[in-house]
Design a binder for this molecule. Sequence first.
Ligand code: PLP
Length: 429
Amino acid sequence: MDYKRLSKAQLEKELLLQQSRYDKYKAMGLSLDMTRGKPCAAQLKLSEPMLDQALLDDYTSESGTDCRNYGIVAGLPEARRFMGELLGVPGDNIICGGNSSLNMMYDTISAFMMFGVSNDEADRPWFEDKDRKFICPVPGYDRHFAVTELFGFKLIPVDINPDGPDMDEIERIVRDDPSVKGMWSVPKYSNPTGYVYSDECIRRLARMKCAAPDFRIFWDDAYTIHFFNDSPAEQLNLYNECVKAGNPDRTIMFGSTSKITFPGAGIAALAADKRTIDFLLSRISKQTIGPDKLNQLRHVKFLKDLNGVVAHMKKHAEIMKPKFDAVQDVFVSEFDAPVEGQLQWTEPEGGYFICCRTGEGMAAQVLEMCKQCGVAFTPAGSTHPYKKDPTDSYVRIAPSYPEIEQIRSAVEIFCICVKIALIKQLLER
Ligand SMILES: Cc1ncc(COP(=O)(O)O)c(C=O)c1O
C-alpha cells in the first residue's frame, strides 16, 4: 500500500487499524531485544566440540612449541596461516592476536597515533596533526566510529551504495587533504547494510591518489565467510590490489572467528604488508610476551583450514537463513515492496544485519514507539558518526539472537510503528 495515495478518510481509518494492532501488542508486555548482532545459543553449540579436552591432547604446535608457555608474539605459524587463508594473504603477512579484532583495530590506531605508521622519521605520529580526519562510510558500524572519535579525528561520513562507498566522493576527499589519514570499511556483508563492495570499488581504493602518504584503509573483513546461501560472495583481495597498484602498505585488514566459533573466546588477526607487520610487532612485543596460543592451536585443530570453515559456516547458515527470511517475510507481508519515504530494507546474502530506512525524520520516533511496546532496537543514529543520522531514517535490525517467533513479532511491531508514524505525518500536512 502506498500511503501517500490515500485520502484523509482512508488514512484515518488505517490509523485506527494500526493503532489497535499496536495496543494489542502493548498489552502483551513483551520484552524483545533486537539490538546487537550476537550468535544465538544454537550457533555457539556448533563449536562446543572445540572445547573438548581431547582436542588438545598434546599442547605442542607444529614446530614443537609448548603452547602453554610464553612466547611467539606474532601468533602460532599454523594459526597465522589459517587466518591468512580467511583474509586471503600468506601467513607471514598476519599477526594472530587475542580474541578481538576490534581490540587490534584500536591498538593499531593507537600505535599510529603515538608513533606514526612506521619507524621512518618522515612518518609523523598522527596525534601531531591537529586537523586529522577519518572517512566513515554510512550507514556503518558504531564501534568503528567511536574509536576514531575517541582519538580526536574529525569523522567524515560518505554514503555507501550496494556496490560500496561513493568512490567519486572518497577520491575527491583524499586527493588534496593530507590530514585525511584513513577510512573504515566493512567490505563484505557490511554492517549494517549487508552490502558487498564491488571489484571496481576495491581497485579504485587501491589505486586512488592520496595527499597523505600515511593514509590507511582499515579493512574490517568481519563477515568475509558469513554467507547464507551456497558459498561466500567472491571479492577481489584489497591487499593484492594495493600491491599491484604500488601501494602495498595502504591497507591493514582485520578478521576474527568471533562469529565462527565464540565471540568471547575466538581468535583475531590483522593482515598487512611485511613492513607494517614488523613495525606493529615491534610495538606489540612491548605490550605482551605472547597471545593465547592454546586457543589458537585449538582453533586450527578444530576448523583446520578454509574448507573446514566453509563447512562450519554452512551449519551457521542453516540457523541464520530462516531468521533473515522471517524478517523479509514480515516486511513483504506488511509493505509488499520497499518504497522510498515509506520503508526500504536491504536483502543481504550474509552477515549479521539488515538495514532499513524509514521516511526522513521518523526513525527515532518509530524506535521509541517500539520501546514502549517492549521491543528494543539499536538506537536511531547509531549507524552514523557521533551517533547523529542527519536524515533520522536508518534503523539496524539484528536478527541472529532471538527465536524466529520473537523476530516475527518484533519486526511486525516495527512495521506497525512505521505505519503509524507515516500516517500521522501525512495527516499533519
Ligand atoms: C564490523 C564488525 N567488526 C568487528 C566486530 C567485532 O569483532 P571482534 O569480536 O573480533 O572484536 C563486529 C561485531 O559486531 C562487527 O560487526
